[in-house]
Design a protein. Structure first.
Length: 371
């Protein structure tokens, strides 16, 4: 799906209401789903200004216009609120540059829905949290996001990927992939399947509570990977969260769960050496401290109580999703080698087991933080 040549990107970039002359475009490979380009323009005053140009992956997001409607609503809402306290929000929050036709996206000449964001300068991301300060900042950033959108009615947003975090349905999809065994790989993953089976009893805990009306539906981010937080390169403070494609009605627990999943573990998401997959309790504590600091007042006691469980659930859920993709020709997540989705699945299952072992400690930590 990646648009390959710079001239094509230049043509698409020029469809947006960007001032100045196109200078260059460089592909960015970090996300597993969309195609992303860093585009530089020379403004009339001679200054180089950078933008993020992205093509939405339409096999993942079946209704890209709905994605853009959600993203536009959320960025507008956040910017209005941030502008109330700061004179200029443009450098520190995501903004959409509309197309010259006035829409928040444009259609590429070869199809596809493209959008353009400001590039927030002076920032970096981390794939692995290095210290408790970064963990605290990441918790603070996602908590602040939740707080900023807490008064945006969830009913105004579309569910762009239905049942995105419905773990039992994800498990059903894995079972379907096992039954189909498209690539003849099932015999190779018996151990992983058995480990998932032992964890299956708890998979419906959160969806059941949601169905019983015990957990509030909120506007949530749904892709709270640690590398979706921008950190200021000088101060190492979190600036804002990015990657808003999956912002939709959801549960706070999926956001904090995915943040736990991607922060406590010092190993890469596809680390083949499973002995490196661990739960770093000081990182957990700092992360939750930051999150509760900015989002805590809006959370119910049940949401807070289930935080440790949410990390384990998200690790199993991602283990299931990566394994499903491994058995289904790697058709969803971008891979750079044939076993990458299997490595990713194994890492997540090991992490889920480590998180299960640490559950009591995590519960004690939550108790300490709320009293
Ligand atoms: C995908 O591409 P990226 O990093 O934004 C995926 C997430 C997974 C993540 C795992 C829309 O996110 O759900 O947690 O990979 N996004 C989608 O690394 O499926
Ligand atoms: Mg994403």
């Amino acid at each position: 799906m990646r648009a390959s040549c710079e001239s094509e990107i230049e043509h698409i970039a020029d469809l947006f209401a960007i001032e100045g002359q196109f200078e260059s475009a460089v592909g960015i490979e970090t996300g597993l789903i969309n195609s992303t380009w860093l585009v530089t323009y020379h403004s009339q005053s001679g200054e180089a200004v950078r933008y993020i140009l992205q093509r939405i992956n339409e096999s993942v997001f079946g209704q890209p216009q709905e994605v853009m409607r959600n993203v536009a609503a959320v960025t507008r809402h956040i910017n209005q609120k941030v502008l109330r306290v700061k004179r200029d929000a443009s450098g520190q929050t995501l903004n959409l540059y509309p197309g010259r036709t006035g829409y928040s996206h444009v259609e590429g000449p070869q199809g596809g829905i493209w959008r353009c964001y400001n590039f927030i300068e002076g920032c970096r991301t981390y794939d692995v949290v290095e210290n408790t300060r970064q963990a605290y900042q990441a918790g603070l950033a996602f908590g602040a996001f939740q707080d900023l959108v807490s008064d945006l009615p969830a009913t105004q947003l579309s569910e762009v990927i239905p049942d995105f975090h419905h773990t039992p349905k994800r498990y059903q999809q894995l079972q379907n992939a096992v039954a189909a065994d498209e690539c003849g790989l099932v015999s190779e993953v018996r151990d992983e399947l058995a480990r998932i089976e032992t964890m299956s009893g708890e998979m419906d805990r959160i969806v059941s509570l949601e169905e019983q009306g015990e957990l509030p539906i909120r506007v949530t981010h749904n892709d709270t990977k640690i590398n979706n937080v921008l950190f200021d390169v000088d101060s190492d403070e979190a600036v804002c969260v990015i990657d808003l494609d999956t912002v939709m009605p959801g549960l706070s627990l999926y956001d904090i769960g995915d943040l736990i999943r991607t922060s406590v573990n010092p190993a890469a998401e596809d680390e083949p050496d499973l002995s490196q997959v661990q739960v770093r309790m000081p990182i957990f504590e700092a992360l939750i401290e930051g999150y509760l600091q900015s989002a805590g007042k809006g959370l119910s006691p049940l949401e807070i109580q289930l935080i440790p469980f949410s990390g384990k659930l998200l690790a199993v859920e991602l283990g299931i999703r990566f394994l499903t993709d491994y058995l289904s020709k790697d058709s969803y997540f971008r891979v750079t080698h044939p076993q990458q989705n299997l490595f990713r699945a194994r890492t997540q299952l090991k992490l889920a087991e480590e998180l299960a072992n640490a559950e009591q400690q995590m519960n004690a930590c939550i108790q300490k933080l709320i009293y």
